[in-house]
Design a protein around this ligand. Structure first.
Ligand SMILES: [Zn+2]
Length: 136
């Protein structure tokens, strides 16, 4: 349970970072600040994450099959992700790397040898929690 909650918090932090980056570059907001529109989007994303019953099995809202986001806001969050996703590597490499790994693992459902290799390259401070029952 504790894992689920920390995952929830982590997802919220990542979403906030991505929206922040998008807003700063596209709407000229100051660092750490969001324009009104993006503030609403963040609040909405937080709310969805807080209420998500699939936190344990999924890794990220944009990856989720359930699509609980309202249609217009889903489009907007996707725009943000498309913009900020690749740029996260520059601004927040640790978060980006972890997110990439989690996303990849979810898509495949299995850990690959390549991922294991990357885990060795990035030892600390990136902690990758793998699902139990998978024998490495
Ligand atoms: Zn904005």
């Amino acid at each position: 349970m504790k894992d689920t909650e920390s995952k929830r918090e982590r997802e919220k932090k990542t979403v906030e970072m991505m929206i922040g980056l998008y807003c700063k570059k596209n709407h000229g907001s100051l660092k750490g600040d969001l324009c009104e529109e993006c503030g609403r989007l963040r609040d909405y994303a937080f709310e969805r994450t807080d209420q998500c019953p699939f936190m344990e099995s999924k890794t990220f809202c944009t990856n989720c099959q359930v699509h609980c986001y309202r249609k217009d806001l889903r489009e907007r969050i996707r725009t943000v992700m498309r913009y900020s996703g690749p740029r996260m590597v520059l601004y927040h490499p640790v978060v980006a790397f972890r997110h990439l790994m989690e996303t990849k693992r979810e898509r495949k459902g299995l850990e690959s040898g390549k991922e294991r290799m990357l885990q060795n390259v990035f030892t600390t401070p990136v902690k990758i929690d793998r699902p139990s029952g998978i024998d490495l």
